[in-house]
Design a protein around this ligand. Sequence first.
Ligand SMILES: [Zn+2]
Length: 295
Amino acid sequence: MNVYEKAVSELRDSRREALDSAHLAWQTAVSKNDALYAAFCAYQEQMIAAARNKPNTLAAEELNLKSAITASGFDLSTFSPPYACEKCKDTGKVDGKYCRCVIRRVIKADRGNLAMSPVDFESAEKSAPTAAIKKAYGLAREYVSSRAAKPFFVIIGTPGTGKTYLAAAILGAAMARGEATVAVTAFDFVRRALDYHTQFSIPDYIDRFTPMLDCDLLVIDDLGTESMLKNVTREYLYTVINERWKSGKRTVITSNLTPSELNARYGENIFSRMCDTSRAVLLSVDAKNTRLKPI
Ligand SMILES: [Zn+2]
């Protein structure tokens, strides 16, 4: 069974378990409470009438039943548990495709998706080493807390300015919000792309490329340090950047390269999307002058 089918069956199992325990709770409540039992019988009678297409007062009896449940001190959700995912109603599929909740579940379950350890945003912000990086945390805070924020967060600058740590803090904040996250180094990115590209030769291949397209938040750390493999690096980077740019998915990129170096290395197609100011927060942190400036 592939990981997606496994996640679907886990989702369906937990729905079944939730329904079973709701049913048990209901049986216990009804057996102990006459008013509830009477309201339920009346409701059932009308259900049967409705099923036989006979005149009925089902809607009214349903309301009565709900009032009897709350009047008995129960929460309605105890007996009819809400779906974990309204979109697929816990079936795991929508229009024959895996629901987003299943994809997120698969990404979260794979520990191999985190090449860097997430750090606590608050404490990272407090210990920010320079004024410039402190200011960057302010912008990152907006980025992680506002759904309306621009989806790309690109931070460049000289080595040792705390860019990676900032990325790890953004990652930590996203994970704390329950988002499905993937964090890779640029080196790791190329390895995943290469594995995907040559998957026919890899026994027990696990697809770690597609999660970079599907996840809620992707971090690519240290862009520019990876090998430029023919037909792989630029091509797959373009796929990821373009897909995430088109769908407005949040993507954090750190690099020691300057904008013109990024442009020269990756080409206009990638650079123009990654650094599209209508969709990206672009920052340049300079350690010497502790300045923070938009690119
Ligand atoms: Zn779903």
